[in-house]
Structure formats: C-alpha cells, structure tokens
Design a protein around this ligand. Structure first.
Ligand code: C5P
Length: 237
C-alpha cells in the first residue's frame, strides 16, 4: 500500500506499451490511472495485471447512465480490485447515491469520486447544452451535490481546487490533473500548476501523464516529482 499522491495517467492505446512503462516503476512511488482508451482496447485483463503487480488503480471510466446501470458498473469495478472509480456528477443525485450504495455493499470498497464539469467545456458549450451559469459555478454546485450524495470526492482542475477545498472541507478527496513540474512543457494543457502549488491549494492526488510517460527516464522523472511533493508536504506541516 503506497501513500503516494501521484497518479500516473496510462494514456496508451497499446497495453504492451503501458505494461512496459509500468515495469520500470514501483507501486511505492505512484498510483496509476487507466482511462477509456486503454480499457476499451485491453479490458479488465490489463487492470488485473496492474493490480497484481501491486499498484493502486484509479479506473477513470466516468460512468454516466441510469442509476441501476451505473451501480452495477461500480460493482464490476470494485470486483476488479481497483482503488478508485468515478462517475459524472451530471448523472444526478439518485445515480450517485445508487453508486455509493453499490460500492458499500460490494466485496471491495474503492473510493468513489465524481467528475463535475469537463474542463473541455467553456461558457458557450454550457449554454448550448442548456446549463445556466459559468463552468466555475457549475463545478462548485456539482461538487456540493457529489458530497451530499455520499461521494468521497471530485476531480477538479488546478483553478478550482482551492475553492472546492474551502467549500467542502478537509475530508473531501480532491484529484487534480493539469499538473506540470518546474521546467516541463504544457503539452496541450492550457491552465497548469506545479505539484507543490496544487498541494498547497488543497489537492490530495495529482494526475500526471506525459511529464512522466514521455520522459527519457520515467522513473527518474517520477522520483523528482515525488521529491517536490515530499518537500511541499513537509513545508505544509
Ligand atoms: O499528460 P497529462 O499530464 O496532460 O495527462 C493528464 C491526464 O488527466 C489525462 O489522462 C487527461 O485525460 C486527464 N484529465 C485532464 N484534464 C481534465 C480531466 C482529466 O488532463 N480536466
């Protein structure tokens, strides 16, 4: 069991590439995120292998369907032995409560978090789908709804993490992508934050992909970020 705050995004189409990267890492220093691309290509087998290798897995499939279907999908995820699973808060209170109940009664109890508003949506997109308010207002409202529905936390961008932490308290789990260590390029991320700043602003876990997966020496890149994280946590004490 690791206490690492770093979740590496395994954004690969090819499971061989994903497993190759992971063979050079250690569960002592990171957790792993399996998303829709890798899961749709490689299925539960790859999750099984990663869990078997000792890693905590965040299964990032963002379930969004009728309550019963999402509840059953959450049980299936729990049965895979994953550490964390997520749903869309826009599925509503009944859907999130059903997911909570299903996880609580499953054989294994992964953390259950919600996606609030996809960061790819801007104000114009929100109006087009009929959601009043700004993306920021919707994120804050949906984070509150996720908490009221019994969820353990939400995914949020570095821009929102401080306000969500303030509104939802210390126990609510905040998972933040868009993280770039000092000196790393932004890739296609528009609003980025360093690991230390994200932690200072209230993030519990940092989702980091390309700065590690595309590094010449991924383990070294991970250990450097881990050192930055450790220093930030020590300074916060
Ligand atoms: O390579 P990079 O560090 O940008 O990867 C970040 C990961 O976090 C990717 O898997 C991406 O899909 C995910 N993510 C994100 N921004 C969000 C939500 C998820 O970058 N708002």
């Amino acid at each position: 069991m690791t206490d690492s705050r770093i979740i590496i995004a395994l954004d690969y189409a090819d499971p061989v590439q994903a497993l190759d990267l992971v063979s050079g890492l250690s569960p002592q220093y990171c957790r792993l995120k399996v998303g829709k691309e890798l899961f749709t290509r490689a299925g539960p087998v790859v999750v099984d292998k990663l869990v078997g290798a000792g890693f905590d897995i965040f299964l990032d499939l963002k379930f969004h369907d009728i309550a019963h279907t999402v509840a059953q999908a959450c049980v299936a995820a729990a049965d895979l032995g994953v550490w964390m699973v997520n749903v869309h808060a826009l599925g509503g209170r009944k859907m999130m409560e059903a997911a909570r109940e299903a996880i609580d009664s499953a054989s294994h109890h992964p953390r259950l978090i919600a996606v609030t508003v996809l960061t790819s949506l801007d104000g114009q997109d929100m109006r087009e789908i009929g959601l009043p308010g700004t993306p920021y207002e919707n994120v804050l409202r949906l984070a509150a709804l996720a908490k009221q529905s019994g969820l353990d936390g939400v995914v949020c961008s570095p821009q929102e993490v401080e306000d969500v932490r303030h509104a939802q308290g210390a126990e609510f789990c905040l998972v933040t992508p868009g993280i770039r260590p000092h000196g790393a390029g932004p890739n296609d991320q528009r609003r980025i934050m360093t690991p230390a700043d994200a932690l200072r602003n209230g993030a519990d876990y940092l989702v980091i992909g390309r700065p590690i997966t595309e590094a010449e020496d991924p383990l070294r890149a991970l250990l450097e970020i881990q050192a930055e994280v450790a220093a930030a946590l020590a300074a916060a004490k």
